[in-house]
Design a protein. Sequence first.
Length: 305
Amino acid sequence: MDETQRLFYRKNFQVRFLRSTATEFQNLFSDIMQRVYKADFQKVRPYGKHGDLKCDGFLSSKGAVYQCYAPRELKEKETIHKIKVDYPGAKKHWRDQMKQWVFVHNDNDGLPGGVVRHLHVLKTSEKKKVEVFWWSEPELIGEMEKLDEADLVDLFGPQPTKVQSQIISFPELQTVLTAISKSIPDPEPVIKAPSPEKIAHNNLSEDTTRFLHLGRHLEREVQKFLEKWPDPAFADQIAETFRNQYDALRNTGLNSEEIFVGILRFCGFNQGNGSAHNTAVLAVVSYFFERCDIFEDPDAVVFSA
C-alpha cells in the first residue's frame, strides 16, 4: 500500500466521520476498533433494563470503557449533562474493571469550552482511580492507520495507487460530471481562475492540500473531456452547480474542511463505486476548485517573476 492509497483512505474516513451521527457514528468507531484489536475489543449493545451499561465498547487489555456521543449538533449544556450521567453510570456498572474512560465525539471543530473544562476537572479528580480521555477525528484516524490494507478495503473499498491515480478514463469522467449536472441551475458564462494561494487562504488541512495537488495532474484530462462535450455551456453549468453547493454548505456554518468533504460527497466520493470513480471525483473537484468561485480567493496576491 503506497502513500497515495493511504491519503485516499484518510479522506474516505473523513467523509464517513463528518456525515455520521448517533448509531452510524458508533458503528464506524466499532468497525475500526474491532479490526485493530480483534477479540480484545468488544462492542456493547443495549440489552434488558440496564441498556448498554453506559459503555459502547470495552477494550479488555486496557480496561477501557468507550462512550460515543455524536448528535447532529453538539451543544455545551447537553454534552456536559451526558458526561455527568454516563461517567458515574460507567463506574457503577464496571467498577474495578474500568481503568480508562474514553469520551468519543464527532465534533471536528473541537468541544465547547465548558465541556473541555468539565472534562479536565473530571480527569484531575479521577486520576488516581480512572484515566479520562476524549477522542475525536485525530485519534480515530490514528487507530485506522494501524489497519492493514485488507481491513481498509473491507471498510472503505479499494483505493487508487499512485500509478492508478494518474490515469483517468472519459467514461468515469462522464459518469461523475453528468451526475453533478442533474440539478443544473442557470449558467453564468464566466469561470474565474483563482490565485495559487487559494488553498492556504482557506486553511484547508495538509491532507486536503495534498489531495488537491494530486488532482492537479488530472486536470488536463478534465479539460479535454469538457472541450469534446457537445454542449459548450456544460462546463459553465457545472461550475454554477459547484458554486451553489458551496454556498449552501457555507451558509450552514461549516468550516472549510467540512465544506470540502461535503463537496466530495456531493460529487459521489466514497459511494462504493470503486477506486477509478474516486479518482474521477478528485479530478473534477480539483479542476473546478481552481476555476470557479468555490472557497475564497485572497483579496490581493502579489506574484514574483
